[in-house]
Design a protein around this ligand. Structure first.
Ligand code: NDP
Length: 279
């Protein structure tokens, strides 16, 4: 049986083992997938031990995505653009790295939620690993303008520079949020609200009747942003649960060459987390 794992910190409650175990059962591929909690300074040794024990591939989450990127001998173009890796595959003894976050988000929004992203003026809050993963995919999906706003403005600038489309993808300061107009898509790619930090406080001036609000977070961390979107009476409010399932399916395909069906797995996870629009 081949071994796969999620490397991160505080991954005990992650649904990823449940998702990949369901994919393996569905496709008939014998694999084990476990969560491995590891501190940043111990990641290298943990990956080596994993390979020695038969590990063939892994997902990587906060705070290891940049370190995983640095470990890779080969990278997909989208991982290179993101500067962060969430999927590792062992190819002839060396790590190949990919970033499936952007494809996962776009597939969830367009496929599951039926959103047409083309032409949308889009606000991306955050410039960490997740934001860097989804930004190129949003541009590829045809958003008209991508305004990146991050608490630390220099990280937003670095992301905009890496995207290399100054006419379409550019930055503003957090303090500008009250007067930068409204958006057809607002995406929360921050981790605000995690580990007891204060949730985001956002102006309603960002919204119009047409705005869709998307949080990459799910569960308790997503509650404040989703509540803000409900108070603004937005019709389309999406949390990160579908993206989680879709990015996992994309990783599974990188490892096994087979794309699993995601609807049943998503429905099962959704039982424990009510739809954002009706919660
Ligand atoms: P990182 O740690 O790389 O980045 C965190 C980001 O959040 C940075 O932009 C940071 O700003 C910002 N931030 C943190 N706290 C605050 C705050 N109090 N106010 C404003 N901004 C803040 O994390 P990731 O980018 O990897 O992940 C972001 C979130 O997305 C996580 O909560 C993660 O769980 C979720 N996620 C969900 C996925 C899914 O499949 N649904 C996939 C990937 C991520 P600064 O640069 O100033 O520190």
């Amino acid at each position: 049986m081949s071994r796969y794992a999620l490397f991160g910190q505080s991954v005990a409650k992650s649904p990823s083992p449940q998702i990949h175990t369901a994919f393996a059962r569905q496709t008939g591929i014998p694999m084990e997938y476990v969560g491995i909690d590891v501190a940043p300074e111990a990641l290298d040794a943990a990956l080596d031990a994993f390979v020695a024990g038969g590990g063939r591939g892994a997902n990587v989450t906060v705070p290891h995505k940049e370190a995983a990127f640095a470990r890779c001998a080969q990278l997909s173009e989208r991982a290179r653009l993101a500067g962060a890796v969430n999927t590792l595959r062992l190819d002839e003894g060396q790590w190949y790295g990919d970033n499936t976050d952007g494809a996962g988000l776009v597939r969830d929004l367009t496929g599951r939620h039926g959103l047409d992203l083309r032409g949308r003026r889009t606000l991306l809050l955050g410039a960490g690993g997740a934001a860097r993963g989804v930004a190129p995919a949003l541009l590829d999906a045809g958003v008209r303008e991508l305004v990146i706003v991050n608490r630390s403005p220099e990280r937003a600038d670095a992301l905009a520079d890496a995207l290399g489309q100054p006419g379409r993808a550019h930055t503003r300061y957090w303090e500008d949020l009250a007067d930068i107009g409204d958006f057809e898509l607002v995406i929360n790619a921050t981790s605000a609200g995690r580990h007891g930090s204060a949730p985001l406080s956002l102006p309603f001036a960002l919204c119009s009747d047409m705005t869709a609000a998307v949080d990459l977070n799910y569960g308790d961390v997503a509650i404040p942003f989703l509540a803000w979107a409900r108070t603004a009476r937005l019709r389309t409010i999406v949390d990160g649960l579908g993206m989680l399932v879709e990015q996992a399916a994309e990783s599974f395909e990188r490892w096994h060459g087979v794309r699993p069906q995601t609807d049943a797995v998503y429905a099962e996870l959704r039982k424990g987390a009510p739809e954002p629009a009706t919660a």
